[in-house]
Design a binder for this molecule. Structure first.
Ligand code: SF4
Length: 340
C-alpha cells in the first residue's frame, strides 16, 4: 500500500528567500494553520494552490494556556490536525502534501508521533525549513505513529557565473543538489552583440526547459560593456587563446574581469558563495582560473567554490546534455580575437 508524504513547513522567515529556495517540492494539496503568518507563508511558497485551513494546526496559545495542565490537550489537538489531513488526502487520492504551521505544532507532532524517537528540541527548524514525514494507514492505525524521513534544509545560495548554456548544463547538474543556484550571465567578452544575445537567449531557454529536480534556477544578467572588456585586454589583443598548453595573458585578464564582477555581485546580493563554468572547457585551465577566483573571494569576503568541472567526465556530460536539449553550441570562445 502506498505511503502518504507530508512536508511540515515552518511559517515565517525571509519571504523573498523562501520563494527563491526552490526546495519546497511539488505537492498535490497545501494545508495551513488558519493563523495569518502561516497563510501568508503558504500563499507565497505555493501561489497557485488553493489553501486548505486546518483549525487544529493553530499554534500553542502561550498566553491563555497554563503549560503544565494544557500541554496534553495541545498534543491531542495537533494529532487531530494531522488526522484530518491524512483523512482528506486519502479521500482526495493525494499522496504528497505540504502543511504550513508553527514550530510548536511541528515539534509536538514529530516528538510525539514520529519514529525514530527523539526529544522535541531535535526537531527545531528555522522559518521556511521543513520536515518530511511518511504516513501509512497501517502504522497510524496501529499506534498513531509515522516515519520521519528527514529535514529539508536551506541550501547555500551560490551565484554561478555562466559563459553559455552548454557549459552551464553539466555544471548545474552537478551543483543543484547541494546549492540554491542563480546563474550570472556576465560575458562582455562575447562579440558581436548579436552572438551575445543569441547565447543569452539560449541560456534563458535552457533554464526554462531543463529539469533540475526540486530546484529552480533564476538568472541575473550582468552588464554587457564591450568597452570594459577592451580596456581589460588592451595591448594583449595579438596573443593566441593558448600556447604550449597555457592560457594566454589576454585570457587571464578576461577571466579576471568576469570573476571579479561575479564575486562583487555575489557579495552585494548576499550570496553565500560563487563559482564559474569556465573550468568546464578543455581549453581553460583550472590552475589559472581557481587562484583568480580565490583572490576575488578574499577581496569581497565571499566564498569561492573551486572546482575543475571538466573532471569526472564533466565536458562529455555537457555534450550529452546539449544533444538532449538541442542547445546551440558556438564554435569560438567569445572575443573577436578568438574568432580570427
Ligand atoms: S579567447 Fe575567450 S577567454 Fe580568451 S580573451 Fe577571448 S573570450 Fe576571453
Amino acid at each position: 500500500m502506498r505511503n502518504y508524504e507530508i512536508f511540515f513547513i515552518r511559517d515565517g522567515g525571509d519571504i523573498n528567500n523562501l520563494i527563491k529556495q526552490g526546495y519546497h517540492p511539488n505537492v498535490g494539496r497545501v494545508y495551513t494553520s488558519p493563523q495569518k503568518s502561516c497563510i501568508e507563508t503558504a500563499g507565497l511558497i505555493y501561489p497557485h494552490h488553493e489553501l486548505y485551513k486546518v483549525e487544529n494546526l493553530r499554534e500553542y496559545d502561550f498566553e491563555r494556556m497554563q503549560p503544565k495542565s494544557e500541554t496534553p490537550v495541545f498534543t491531542q489537538r495537533c494529532v487531530k490536525g494531522i488526522e484530518e489531513i491524512f483523512a482528506d488526502m486519502s479521500r482526495a487520492g493525494i499522496y504528497k502534501a505540504a502543511a504550513v504551521t508553527h514550530l510548536g505544532v511541528i515539534v509536538t507532532l514529530l516528538a510525539g508521533c514520529g519514529i525514530p524517537k527523539a526529544p522535541p528540541t531535535d526537531f527545531e527548524i528555522e522559518p521556511g525549513e521543513a520536515w518530511l514525514i511518511s504516513m501509512s494507514a497501517y502504522l497510524w492505525q496501529k499506534g498513531n505513529v509515522f516515519e520521519i524521513v528527514g529535514k529539508l534544509i536551506k541550501k547555500p545560495r551560490l551565484l554561478l557565473h555562466s559563459c553559455c548554456a552548454p557549459c552551464s548544463s553539466a555544471v548545474l547538474e552537478r551543483l543543484c543538489p547541494d546549492y540554491d543556484v542563480t546563474v550570472f550571465f556576465y560575458n562582455p567578452n562575447v562579440q558581436p552583440q548579436s552572438e551575445y544575445q543569441k547565447r543569452l537567449e539560449e541560456q534563458k531557454r535552457f533554464l526554462e526547459v531543463a529539469d533540475f529536480g526540486e530546484s529552480t534556477v533564476e538568472l541575473i544578467e550582468g552588464e554587457y560593456s564591450t568597452e570594459k572588456f577592451k580596456s581589460a585586454i588592451r595591448g594583449l589583443e595579438h596573443l593566441p587563446e593558448e600556447s604550449k598548453g597555457k592560457n594566454s595573458q589576454r585570457c587571464e585578464m578576461c577571466y579576471r574581469l568576469r570573476l571579479e564582477e561575479t564575486a562583487r555581485t555575489a557579495a552585494e546580493e548576499g550570496f553565500d558563495c560563487f563559482a564559474s563554468t569556465l573550468t568546464l572547457s578543455s581549453k581553460k585551465k583550472a590552475s589559472v582560473i581557481n587562484p583568480i577566483a580565490e583572490e576575488f573571494a578574499a577581496k569581497y569576503d565571499v566564498e569561492a567554490v573551486l572546482e575543475d568541472f571538466k573532471k569526472k567526465d564533466g565536458y562529455n556530460r555537457s555534450v550529452e546534455l546539449c544533444n538532449e536539449y538541442g542547445l546551440y553550441r558556438q564554435n569560438y570562445c567569445g572575443c573577436k580575437e578568438a574568432d580570427s
